[in-house]
Design a protein around this ligand. Structure first.
Ligand code: COA
Ligand code: AMP
Length: 630
């Protein structure tokens, strides 16, 4: 245990010294020239001149350092009834072999590889194999449809794609081939190699010349060595929702990422090497990148990968079963998973069915943890429940309760305090600091710590405009919140049109783009409406084109189907209201912020510039008619 205040102070006053110490936890091929390179400020870089390999740090060094026979990865799949375990040696060998497969197909340093896969070990193996070669992976969540995949092909210009024949969702098999064929047809840039892991549940036809069978390719492959890369070289691109339909390609570097994540495993999560750790998320999200794959492996932990849901696979006891079976000491998931469990097992009776004495901490992130869920989890599990706040962009927690440095008393509704490296400020629109207790925009003073995004993939202008322009010298988080009298941070919601559905980030703009393409829709807006289970749900408000007299129900159904086909089931888009007009200012601007507040159940002041105040009443009525309690 250490002293948070001292760590925090040092990280801001002497960032180079602080992170140089943390960098000793990583094996470097060449040590850095500069820890913090400010020569191109405000575009800061970490560990310039340093060289390393991230996969080596995740695997080989542990094999060489005495962990060869320790479990590295446990795959538990209640949806298939399968269980598979890899020691560090076995995982290293599988990764080296798959790196050989990629290399034989011409993938090398700097090339992009799309990984579009369900939660199977091959997804982690593919990611690590890219890292081994110095190639750049871009994982696309399996719940996205072909059109979203095509956008990522066009932006990342991948040389190869690694995929699987199917994913398994409760009650249905998700065939990947129709989805990626759609993307391959739609995109201007497509990968020339597709490597497919055939699963027993469903096998798909392979296209000769283009497609490779994972198992066959692995059987023939020669293992590939680790390629040393610059600390500042990209490790991966992860696309996340911005306010428009074009996703943002968040870039993660190799050096800063390895240093920061390895450090967090103890400082934030209080894990020691060898501990069994489980992140119940998906490798398609940043939480999965950082804490299913990279963080725990960098740190020599055993990571659990779970192909299932908190409920229905087979029941609300699934989490406790996995924690017991594998000796999990700490779990990281999203609050929505606990709301789902609580809905089905309100008294937490199933927890008692499993002996889990080793279980010591529950970590939650992805959305604000509502106090009700926090109290329920605390009471039922009798362990500390730690909310922490971060973003795809930041790669690790901006604010958390530093369990391995100095745990603080938990305050419901707050992710506690800024972590070392994060100079968090709450400001008004003019950049003035807000008094304690008053809500404002949350920004972080530059430089951001290692592991956070250095830029957007081949879009430095967009990076600047999205994050740095609004408040010079600061990174704009896009979240609003406040510090209380004790210095606890409260993060209350977004300041833009990004919504949070079951811990997944979604752009209302992307859904609007799809709705607007419906021939009967003249105008539309999408708002996130408060939902007890998923936090928010997207709701479409559409104005029909003049002269359209088809039944509204038909048009609504088509709208829902279009979003499912274009964006994917993960959008959880089921609600559309037909309205006569959208609320606008007299100059024609749609009053999004006002609708957003209304949908959140907040009191709204009718803006004086509104064109016709009655439209707001119509929108409210439509949302209530859809069953929302606002
Ligand atoms: N591939 C294909 N489809 C997927 C998918 C995937 N990988 N993941 C989800 N989907 C589908 C679901 O089947 C569902 O489809 P449906 O409309 O046919 O029912 C739809 O996308 C919405 O999924 P989701 O929002 O996950 O809802 P759900 O009802 O299936 O499950 C929870 C709700 C709360 C149980 C689930 O969201 C959950 O476990 N979330 C917490 C963990 C988490 O992943 N957090 C993310 C960041 S930490
Ligand atoms: P993502 O990039 O998908 O991880 O989503 C990041 C966004 O989710 C943040 O900008 C917040 O709006 C929200 N978020 C994540 N974790 C929390 C949390 N612990 N408290 C409040 N909001 C959160």
């Amino acid at each position: 245990m250490g002293d948070y205040t001292e760590s925090f102070r040092r990280s801001l006053e002497d960032p180079a010294g602080f992170w140089a110490d943390a960098a000793e936890g990583i094996a470097w091929d060449t040590r850095w020239d500069k820890v913090l390179d400010d020569s191109d400020a405000p575009y800061y870089r970490w560990f310039t001149g340093g060289r390393l390999n991230t996969a080596y740090n995740c695997l080989d060094r542990h094999v060489d350092g005495g962990r060869a026979d320790q479990l590295a990865l446990i795959w538990d799949s209640p949806v298939t009834g399968q269980l598979q375990k890899y020691t560090y040696r076995e995982l290293r060998d599988a990764v080296a072999r798959f790196a050989g497969v990629l290399q034989a197909r011409g993938v090398g340093h700097g090339d992009r590889v799309i990984v579009y896969m369900p939660m199977i070990p091959e997804a982690a193996i593919a990611m690590l194999a890219c890292a081994r070669l110095g190639a750049v992976h871009s994982v696309v969540f399996g719940g996205f449809a072909g059109h979203e995949l095509a956008k990522r092909f066009n932006d990342a210009k991948p040389k190869a794609m690694v995929t699987a024949s199917c994913g398994i969702e409760p009650g249905r098999t998700v065939e990947y081939k129709p989805l990626y064929e759609h993307a391959l047809k739609e995109a201007q840039h497509v990968p020339d190699t597709v490597i497919v892991k055939q699963r027993d549940t469903h096998r798909c036809a392979l296209e000769s010349g283009r497609d490779l069978d994972w198992d066959a390719a692995m059987a023939d492959a020669a293992p590939a060595d680790c390629v040393t890369v610059a600390a500042t070289d990209p490790l991966y691109i992860l696309y996340t929702s911005g306010t428009t339909g074009a996703p943002k390609g968040i870039v993660r570097d190799n050096g800063g990422h390895a240093v920061a994540l390895n450090w967090t495993m103890k400082a934030v999560y209080n894990l020691d090497p060898g501990d069994v750790w489980w992140t119940a998320s998906d490798v398609g999200w940043v939480v999965g990148h950082s804490y299913i794959v990279y963080g725990p492996l960098l740190h020599g932990n055993t990571t659990v990968m779970f192909e299932g849901k908190p409920v229905g696979t087979p029941d609300a006891g699934a989490f406790w079963r996995v924690i017991r079976d594998h000796g999990v000491v700490s779990l990281f998931t999203a609050p929505t998973a606990f709301r789902a469990i609580r809905q089905q097992d309100p008294d937490g009776q199933r927890i008692g069915d499993y002996a889990i004495p080793q279980f010591r901490t529950l970590f939650l992130a992805g959305e604000r943890c509502d106090p009700d869920t926090l109290y329920w989890a605390q009471n039922k599990l009798d362990v500390p429940v730690i909310d922490h706040w971060w973003q795809t962009e930041t790669g690790w927690a901006i604010a958390a309760n530093p369990m391995g440095i100095e745990p603080f008393p938990v305050k419901a509704g707050s992710p506690t305090a800024p972590m070392p490296g994060w100079n968090v400020r709450v400001i008004d629109s003019e950049g003035r600091e807000m008094p304690r207790g008053e809500i404002g925009s949350i920004v972080c003073k530059l430089p951001l710590p290692p592991g956070s995004l250095p830029t957007l993939w081949q879009a430095r202008e967009r990076y600047h405009q999205a994050y740095l322009e609004a408040f010079p010298g600061c990174y704009r988080t896009g979240d609003a919140g406040y510090f209380d009298e004790d210095g606890y941070l409260f993060v209350m919601g977004r300041t833009d049109d990004v919504i949070n559905v079951a811990g997944h980030r979604l752009s209302t703009g992307a859904v609007e783009e799809v709705l607007a393409e419906h021939p009967d829709v003249a105008e539309c807006a999408v708002v996130g409406v408060r939902d007890d289970l998923k936090g928010q749900l997207p709701v479409g408000l559409v104005v029909l084109a003049a002269g359209v007299d088809r039944p509204h129900a038909e048009i609504q159904k088509e709208c829902v189907q279009r979003v499912r086909d274009e964006i994917g089931p993960v959008a959880a888009f089921r609600h559309v209201a037909v309205v006569s007009r959208l609320p606008k200012t007299r100059s024609g601007k749609i009053l999004r912020a006002t609708m957003r507040k209304m949908a959140d159940g907040e009191q709204i002041e009718v803006p004086p510039t509104i064109d016709d105040p009655a439209i707001l009443d119509e929108v409210r009525q439509s949302l209530q008619d859809l069953g929302f309690k606002i």
